[in-house]
Design a protein around this ligand. Structure first.
Ligand code: MN
Length: 208
């Protein structure tokens, strides 16, 4: 299987002013494409992993052939993380539905509580990395975690349902060094129905 760059589900200017068309074009067409291309190149010598999704490769990262592990962690992680990012963004104005709101309230007290948890975790990530809202066990609370580089929660037994990219390429053209301002604007273009779909899929996958 060749891994493929997913098309964006909206136009390049759909997320302005939070994400400019220029930033989105570079981020998707150059940065994300590079992760996909490098993942495919890394997998060329490993036919035993053909046909396995990037998410499954990341879930079984520790059991992969050692020479492949770093490439999947970095480029596979970059591919999966960005694919999640694109499908959790939408033009400003969506809101969580009742089911997702209940789970957010149970885990964070309120939507404001979730926002504070995400922004606090982002402030703790030094250098390049991500913050994720994750689901580990269906019975458990939702959890916010920060990870360095292109590491994926999938490699730690958790399923990410929302992602905040803290790499400079995600915001530097527009926000320069003001990463906290980028994080605040990112919050305005979250696709909440998309997050809920991801959560439902994660729960279904875990047998709920
Ligand atoms: Mn990125």
């Amino acid at each position: 299987m060749t891994h493929v760059l997913p098309a964006l589900p909206y136009s390049l200017d759909a997320l302005e002013p939070a994400i400019s068309a220029e930033t989105l074009a570079l981020h998707h067409d150059r940065h994300h494409r590079a992760y996909v291309d490098k993942l495919n190149t890394a997998l060329l010598g490993f036919p035993q992993y053909a046909g396995i999704s990037v998410e499954d490769l990341l879930r079984r990262l520790d059991s992969l052939d050692a020479p492949l592990r770093t490439a999947v962690r970095q480029h596979g992680g970059g591919h999966a993380n960005h694919s999640l990012l694109w499908r959790t963004l939408a033009p400003a104005g969506t809101a969580p539905g009742a089911g997702l709101t209940r789970r957010i309230d149970r885990s964070f007290g309120s939507l404001d509580g979730l926002q504070q948890a995400l922004l606090a975790a982002a402030a703790q990530v030094f250098g390049s990395g991500w913050v994720f809202l994750t689901c580990r066990d269906p019975q458990d609370a939702l959890e916010v975690i920060g990870l360095p580089n292109q590491d994926s929660p999938l490699s730690q037994g958790a399923t990410p349902v929302l992602a905040l990219d803290l790499w400079e390429h995600a915001y530097y053209l527009q926000y320069r060094q003001e990463r906290a301002r980028w994080c605040g604007m990112w919050w305005s273009v979250i696709d909440w129905p998309g997050v809920e779909r991801n959560l439902q899929a994660a729960l279904a996958e875990r047998g709920m």
